[in-house]
Ligand binder design. Structure first.
Ligand SMILES: Cc1cc2nc3c(=O)[nH]c(=O)nc-3n(C[C@H](O)[C@H](O)[C@H](O)COP(=O)(O)O)c2cc1C
Length: 370
C-alpha cells in the first residue's frame, strides 16, 4: 500500500517574505534552452512550467533571464531586458497560477562567462581577469557600467512584477557577474565596489535596496555561491558574512550553491549514487542558516525523500531545491506525496543539458535499449 506523505514537514507551507509557498520543494533555476533566439518566451516553455506546477512543485524558479543583451550566457535563453518581452513573460505565471505553485524569475548577467558570438562587444567583469574556459579577457566595468547594471536588475524586477511573477531571484552564483563581484578572485577593484567584503557585496545590496524601495513587499531572494572552488576565491566562511549583509539589506531568502566554470567544478556534480552524496551544498547552507533568520534553501544532488525530510526536520535548511530530477520526473513532488516513489531515478549524468531543449538523456538511452 503506498503511504500518503501529505503530513510530512516537506508538505507544510512556508513564508518567503510576505509570500506563502504551499510546500518546501523548489524547482531550482534551470536554463531550458526553450526561448526564441531573440529571447522571447515560447509556448513550449509555458507548457513545461504548467507541467511542473501540475507536478506540485511549491516554488518554481525560472531559468536565468538575461537583464542586458551583453549579459546573455547561452543560446535560446529568455530575455527580460526590454518591455517587449513582458507579453510573453506573462504566459509563464498564467500557466503556473492555475495551481497553488508560486513562481520567481531568476535575473542574471553572465559577466565574463559568455561567448563572444553571443553578445556584441567585449564581456564585462568587475576586473580584467582572464577567463580560461572561454579564453577571453573581459573589460573592467566603469562606474557608469555599474550604475547601468544595477538599473538593469531593478528594471528586470519591474518587468517580472508587471508580468505577474511572485518574486525574483538574483543570480549571484556560479561565477556570473554578481557572483564575480562577490569573489575576491575576480573582483580586484580598489574603489567602492571592491576590496572589503562590504564593498564587494555592495552591488547586490544596492540592487536589493532599490527593488525594495520601488516595489515594497515584492519578494527578493538570492542564489549565492558558498564556495568558488578557486584559489583566492570566495570561501564558505565569507559567504556567511555576505548572507548577513544581504539579509540586512532586506533580502527574503537565500539559496546556497557553489562552483565556477573556471574551477572545473560547477554546481551540477556528476555520478551521485549514495544517500551520503545528497545535499552537497547543505553543510554550507546549514552554516548560513545559523547566521540569518530568513529561509535558507538546501541544494545539490537532492534525490531521496527520507534524506530530504531529515534535512528540514533537523533544522539544517528550510526548503529543498531540485533541478535535474525534475527534468527526468516533472511530477516528482506529487509522486513523493502520494508515496508512489521514495527516490528520484535521476543518475546525475548531466545529459539533460540539451541545446535543443532540456530533456533526460539517460531516459533516451534507456528507451533505445528496449
Ligand atoms: C540543464 C541545467 C540548466 C541549469 N541552469 C541554471 C540556471 O539557469 N540558473 C542557475 O542558477 N542554475 C542553473 N542550473 C543549476 C541548478 O539550478 C542546480 O543548482 C544544480 O543542477 C544542482 O542541483 P540538482 O542536483 O538538483 O540538479 C542548471 C542545471 C542544469 C542541469
Amino acid at each position: 500500500m503506498p503511504i500518503d506523505r501529505s503530513a510530512s514537514i516537506l508538505f507544510s507551507p512556508i513564508k518567503i517574505g510576505t509570500l506563502l509557498v504551499p510546500n518546501r520543494f523548489i524547482r531550482s533555476a534551470t536554463h531550458e534552452f526553450m526561448a526564441d533566439e531573440d529571447g522571447t518566451v515560447t509556448p513550449r516553455l509555458a507548457a513545461l512550467y504548467r507541467e511542473l506546477a501540475a507536478g506540485e512543485i511549491g516554488l518554481l524558479i525560472s531559468g536565468h533571464f538575461y537583464v542586458l543583451p551583453e549579459g546573455k550566457a547561452s543560446p535560446r535563453q529568455t530575455g527580460i531586458f526590454d518591455d517587449r518581452f513582458i507579453a510573453g513573460l506573462k504566459t509563464l505565471p498564467r500557466a503556473v497560477h492555475d495551481f497553488p505553485t508560486r513562481i520567481f524569475a531568476q535575473l542574471a548577467h553572465a559577466g565574463r562567462q559568455t561567448k563572444m558570438n553571443l553578445i556584441e562587444g567585449t564581456p564585462i567583469a568587475p576586473s580584467a581577469v582572464f577567463e580560461p574556459t572561454v579564453k577571453l579577457m573581459p573589460r573592467e566595468a566603469t562606474a557608469a557600467d555599474i550604475a547601468r547594471i544595477i538599473d538593469s536588475f531593478v528594471e528586470g524586477a519591474r518587468r517580472a512584477h508587471e508580468a505577474g511573477f511572485d518574486g525574483v531571484q538574483l543570480h549571484a552564483a556560479h561565477g556570473y557577474l554578481l557572483s564575480a563581484f562577490l569573489s575576491p578572485y575576480t573582483n580586484r577593484r580598489t574603489d567602492e565596489w571592491g576590496g572589503s567584503t562590504e564593498k564587494r557585496v555592495r552591488i547586490v545590496v544596492e540592487i536589493i535596496r532599490t527593488i525594495r524601495d520601488r516595489h515594497h513587499l515584492f519578494p527578493i531572494i538570492v542564489k549565492l555561491n558558498s564556495d568558488d572552488f578557486l584559489e583566492g576565491g570566495l570561501r564558505p566562511e565569507e559567504s556567511i558574512e555576505i548572507a548577513r549583509l544581504l539579509e540586512a539589506a532586506g533580502l527574503d531568502g537565500i539559496e546556497v550553491s557553489g562552483g565556477t566554470a573556471e574551477a572545473g567544478k560547477g554546481s551540477m556534480w556528476a555520478g551521485l549514487r549514495a544517500e551520503a552524496d545528497e545535499g552537497y551544498f547543505v553543510p554550507a547552507a546549514e552554516r548560513i542558516k545559523a547566521a540569518v533568520r530568513i529561509p535558507v534553501f538546501g541544494l545539490g544532488g537532492n534525490r531521496t525523500f527520507d534524506v530530504l525530510e531529515r534535512f528540514v526536520r533537523d533544522g539544517r535548511v528550510d526548503l529543498i531545491s531540485l533541478s535535474r530530477p525534475l527534468i527526468r520526473e516533472p511530477h516528482l513532488v506529487r509522486q513523493f506525496r502520494l508515496g508512489e516513489i521514495a527516490r528520484s531515478s535521476c543518475i546525475s549524468c548531466n545529459k539533460c543539458f540539451n541545446p535543443r531543449g532540456i530533456s533526460c538523456g539517460d531516459l533516451k538511452v534507456q528507451s533505445r535499449r528496449i
